[in-house]
Design a protein around this ligand. Structure first.
Ligand code: 5AD
Ligand code: SF4
Length: 479
């Protein structure tokens, strides 16, 4: 919808799915000569909320901002350009962003030339844009997830016309292969393999904010991974809302297991992927993981609930037994595999017995880690229209009980590693204590360890000396 010169979002339009082919943009991405210096002697501050898809989008935003000459800064104070890349997954994520927007308003008074940008999933919701229009008049540019490539143009418009620019398209989406990227990390990289989601779980806003499920071509992904390998990257994480559905929209005989095999052949030391959906998991994918030592023995496999009825109303397409079947196959085939999951408590009308089923599944699966959330109604989704007779304090109390179990199994799993020697990819000196280094095991466990002069990006052998609930301690093994 267009009002004046605003393009405003519409969740109903965003829900539509057609059989239209996905457009892939490959033309040279360039910024007109006269705008290449827009950011000269200026700085930008970029804050990212939410998941890895957003982290990766922010790396593209960095690429575009720096093409225009802006330099990055670590604090919003004094920056000439502030960009908030937002998340819409739960209400508390949105509340945090609005709180932050309010707090940073003073910076606009201090510097009227400051350009304030809000983008990401939140801007795809009409209620959010309406609220920005009504109460946040210090925001200069709003653009959606489908308008990422338009960022430089929108910035130029806001800068020269001194007017507010709102451009949010609600559509299925395209694939842009031509955008610049400045990666945040030197040895680990995110690689999108697909965008969007067609699962439409009844609680989830993502299919509306990020468009239809669309896979990048295998050649584009493999090229990107090969270049990363040549540049010395040690780890890539293949990204998609539902990576197991990779390829279904473009190939009849090339799926995620085929892609994984070819990515493994590039010889990159560490390959990860997320997020997996149990429904699309095939035995070939499990075999591929088992047969390739550079595919890491770790999986994030959201369960959401342990109850058959709740899973059905959530639209998850599997029963707890089917979830367990995938889980068990992975456990049997991949030695030492670690698991993490996502759980939602307090889905509308979830009974105590239904919640108990989730707790029972936690006892069966004994996850290494679980991200747990209280259900948060998202406007426009089917679940948000369901009546809900469960009071918030009951949900909070369930979350506490669940988290206690999560912590119990996290510690129990970590304790098994004491005395073992494991490879750790070094991130750098630990954030809390510069005398200690930190990095991740192949099973995705954070290890703080003592060492003599290791470099970030190295994979070193570490003996695990102690286990905490969320981290391990260790010392580098010197050979
Ligand atoms: N309320 C609470 N949690 C949600 N998630 C997704 N949508 C919602 C919602 N409306 C959780 C799911 C998902 C994770 C990324 O966020 O567990 O796997
Ligand atoms: Fe990522 Fe989902 Fe948040 Fe969007 S809503 S940023 S896809 S977690």
């Amino acid at each position: 919808m267009k009002i004046d010169n605003y393009s405003l979002p519409n969740l109903k339009t965003a829900q539509k799915r057609t059989k239209d082919e996905t457009m892939i943009e490959r033309s040279l991405f360039d910024i007109p000569e006269e705008y290449k210096h827009l950011g000269l002697n200026k700085t930008y501050y970029l804050r990212t909320y939410g998941c890895q898809a957003n982290e990766r989008d922010s790396e593209t935003i960095r690429g575009m901002a720096e093409m225009m000459g802006y330099l990055p800064v670590q604090s919003p104070e004094g920056a000439d350009l502030i960009i908030m890349n937002t998340c819409a997954i739960r209400q508390n994520a949105e509340d945090r962003v609005f709180g932050e927007l309010g707090q940073l308003k003073r910076l606009k008074y201090e510097n009227p030339d400051l350009i304030f940008v809000v983008c990401g999933c939140m801007t795809q919701e009409e209620e959010v844009v309406a609220r920005i229009l009504k109460t946040y008049d210090h925001i200069d540019v709003v653009f959606g997830t489908h308008n990422l490539h338009r960022f430089p143009d929108l910035l130029v418009q806001a800068h020269f016309n001194k007017e507010r620019v709102i451009e949010v398209y609600s559509k299925e989406g395209e694939i842009y292969e031509n955008l610049p990227v400045i990666r945040n990390m030197k040895s680990k990289a995110w690689v999108n393999i697909m965008y969007g989601c067609d699962k439409f779980c009844t609680y989830c806003i993502v299919p509306y904010t990020r468009g239809k499920e669309r896979s990048r071509l295998k050649e584009d992904i493999l090229n990107e991974v090969r270049i990363l390998a040549e540049e010395g990257y040690q780890e890539v994480t293949l990204l998609g809302q539902n990576v197991n559905a990779y390829g279904k929209d473009v190939y009849s005989d090339y799926d995620f297991s085929c892609l994984l095999k070819e990515v493994a052949k590039t010889g990159l030391p560490r390959i990860r992927f997320m997020t997996s959906h149990p429904w699309d998991f095939t035995d070939e994918m499990i075999d591929t993981m088992a047969e390739n030592p550079n595919i890491m023995p770790f999986i994030h496999l959201p369960m959401q609930s342990g109850n058959t009825e709740i899973l059905k109303i959530m639209g998850r397409r599997y029963t707890p037994q089917e979830y367990l079947s995938v889980y068990n196959k992975l456990k049997e085939r991949i030695k030492g595999i670690a698991f993490s999951t996502d759980i939602i408590v307090g889905f509308p009308n979830e009974t105590e017995q239904q919640f108990q089923d989730t707790l029972d599944m936690m006892d069966l699966c004994q996850f290494d880690n679980a991200y747990t959330f209280i259900y948060s109604p998202r406007s426009g989704t089917p679940a948000s229209k369901m009546e809900d007779n469960i009071p918030l304090d009951v949900k909070r109390e369930r979350l506490q009980r669940l988290n206690k179990k999560v912590g119990f199994y996290a510690l129990k799993n970590n304790q098994k590693w004491i005395g073992q020697i494991v490879p750790v990819l070094v991130d750098g000196p630990s954030k809390k204590n510069p005398d200690v280094y930190s990095g991740y095991t192949d099973t995705n466990k954070l290890v703080n360890f003592t060492a003599d002069q290791v470099q970030s990006g190295q994979i070193v052998q570490v003996e695990i000396t102690a286990a905490k609930t969320w981290t391990l301690n260790g010392k580098q093994l010197v050979v």
